[in-house]
Design a protein around this ligand. Structure first.
Ligand code: DHE
Length: 550
């Protein structure tokens, strides 16, 4: 954050502390809008405020604004919370936070959100959040749209392309997914998939690509048709970040699981048609045994075991790892493992037996033994670990799973194979410059390189570059700035099927791109740009996603 912004922020905090805002609570909910504590929003401003909040804020502050990774944003502080209510901040105080971000990791929204939206948010955050209507199995079923029934789909690919090297690339703000042929680098198609798509996952056979967006919409894409085609859609909730499929032998391409942020629930679908099968709410007690009941218990990352018919679903605010047995998908059996708060993202070790997930409010990584449904260890690493799915490398220290950190400049390397040091941080390394902001790390079993981004670092020099380390020496080999003709923030990596190319996205700039590097020479191989490349974020190679290669 710039120095002048920091001063503005401190002034705002001082102003808040001494502010004596009118805190009369005369709530007047009208069909036409809301008036509360002297603040008025029209119905359309409430609608726009809710949209912006779900898109930009709910991820960190919670769908009901009670706080998660970020603080609560309620007019009055909830019981036991010492952060002031937003009415104390007032319009000017809220504006300072939105425009400048915070050193704790909140981005600066000035220049990203239009001025009109910022103004609406300064008022929206001072009235009670809109009530979230019920959304269960009947509502999900109503939203289900089977566009092409299974019987009408091809039985084999209607083209000669190599589906295993297809890349699904998210064009975040456009709500689209581009399918790119990784062999020829041609854009095959750009499909409209839903508002602010977040991740893609592929079916166990690799035939289908599923997307999930911040609007809770799941879209199913068939890669066997001549041009990849949307064959089914369903809305699993109002807000979501995760989707996964059954990968255990005998269950390939059978079931799909959806992790709801709002409502907080696990929903299971038929993976061939997206017909909804069951919904299990995730509200419950917190992991630390204090009998604190948590209503907003959002489902963060989900992975599918290859060795058992289970999904591992991470219940963020409760700090519970839920092992979901999908053999009876209408009545899934769930084993809950108490761990640490707030669970976010994670992935498998190189054997696929252990799952490692970030508990970002505790600055720890949790290790789960999947076949035995047991907690192995909770490992302190650094401020706000953010591994994505993490990545696995091997050198003289052993088999290592790596996480980056949002809150500090640190990569923690955890030994995963048996022997001295197993499940401890055996090495820490630093990327270039200072500060955190790293979101993703990536390597490949065939590569000698470890790639790291700094997407949320406030320094444009750092957030537009990527660092590459040698996996043997663990020394930084090169910092690669954005190539000529490309700008924006570098985010997320994906290898191609062969493991000799690395694809990096550049988003939130004027010249967004997907940059393809030769992993051996670290030279740019190709830059993909065009009108259709709109804020590209996650990239998912079919083979690597299907086989959990990272
Ligand atoms: Fe993500 C993964 C949640 C912000 C890009 N993101 C995930 C996962 C979760 C999550 C729970 C793990 C899914 C899984 O493995 O099943 N992300 C959230 C948030 O709550 C948060 C912090 C705020 C929000 O409002 O969404 C957030 N994420 C972002 C971004 O700002 C990113 C950079 C761009 C965007 O989409 O807005 C972003 N998240 C990604 C990507 C993945 C991801 C590319 C998949 C990584 C992978 O390799 O699997």
């Amino acid at each position: 954050m710039k120095k002048v912004n920091l001063i503005a922020l401190i002034l705002a905090i001082v102003a808040v502390t001494f502010s004596c805002k009118n805190d009369k609570k005369e709530v007047k909910n009208e069909a036409s809008g809301v008036t509360q504590n002297g603040i008025t929003l029209t119905a359309s401003e409430m609608k726009r405020g809710s949209e912006i909040f779900f898109d930009r804020c709910a991820g960190c502050h919670g769908s009901s604004r009670k706080g998660a990774t970020g603080p609560h944003l309620l007019p009055k502080a909830p019981k036991g919370n010492n952060r002031p209510g937003t009415t104390l901040l007032g319009v000017a105080g809220i504006r300072v936070f939105i425009e400048n971000g915070t050193p704790a990791g909140m981005p600066e929204w000035k220049g990203i959100l239009p001025e009109k939206d910022i103004e609406i948010m300064t008022r929206f955050l001072q009235v009670d959040p809109p009530v979230i209507p019920p959304y269960g199995l009947p509502e999900i079923t109503k939203s289900w749209n089977l566009i092409i029934p299974v019987a009408d789909r091809p039985t084999k690919p209607l083209h000669n392309r190599n589906i295993n090297n297809y890349f699904g690339v998210i064009m975040r703000d456009a709500g689209k997914v581009a399918i790119i042929d990784g062999d020829t680098k041609e854009k095959i198609v750009v499909l409209k998939t839903g508002f602010a798509v977040h991740i893609l996952r592929t079916s166990a056979s690799g035939r289908y690509i599923y997307s999930v967006g911040r609007d809770g919409r799941i879209t199913m894409i068939d890669t066997y048709s001549k041009i990849p085609t949307i064959v089914a859609e369903v809305k699993g909730g109002f807000d979501a970040r995760s989707v996964e499929v059954s990968k255990y032998k005998g269950y390939e391409d059978k079931y799909l699981v959806f992790g709801g942020y709002s409502p907080s629930h696990i929903a299971i679908f038929d993976a061939q048609t997206l017909e909804p099968l069951s919904v299990t709410p995730t509200a419950g007690n917190a992991c630390d045994g204090k009998k604190e009941f948590i209503e907003e218990a959002r489902v963060a990352s989900i992975v599918a075991s290859h060795s058992d018919p289970v999904w591992i679903c991470n219940i963020k605010e409760r700090g519970m790892v839920d092992i979901v047995d999908y053999t009876d998908p209408r009545n899934p059996k769930i084993t809950e493992i108490p761990t640490a708060r707030f669970l976010h993202d994670g992935g498998f070790d190189s054997t696929g037996r252990y799952f490692l997930v970030a508990a970002n409010a505790s600055n720890k990584i949790v290790v789960i033994d999947v076949p035995n449904k047991k907690l192995v260890k909770i490992i302190p690493t650094g401020i706000k670990p953010h591994p994505g799915r993490g990545t696995n490398i091997k050198n003289k220290l052993g088999n290592l799973w790596i996480t980056s950190h949002l809150g500090e400049n640190k990569l923690s390397l955890i030994k995963t194979n048996p022997g001295k040091g197993q499940w401890t941080v055996v090495k820490e390394i630093k990327a270039t410059g200072s500060g955190g902001g790293a979101l993703f790390v990536k390597s490949h079993p065939k590569s000698k390189h470890l790639w790291v981004d700094r997407t949320l670092n406030p320094d444009p020099k750092l957030n537009s570059a990527v660092d590459v380390f040698d996996t043997n020496t663990l020394k930084l080999i090169k910092t690669l700035p954005a190539p000529d003709g490309v700008d924006g923030r570098a985010v997320h990596f994906e290898y191609n099927q062969k493991g000799d190319e690395v694809w990096v996205s550049y988003f939130m700039g004027k010249k967004n791109a997907i940059v393809i590097y030769n992993d051996k020479t670290l030279k740019v191989k190709q830059i993909i740009q065009g009108d259709w490349v709109q804020n590209p974020t996650g990239k998912f190679n079919v083979y690597n996603t299907t086989h959990d290669i990272y």
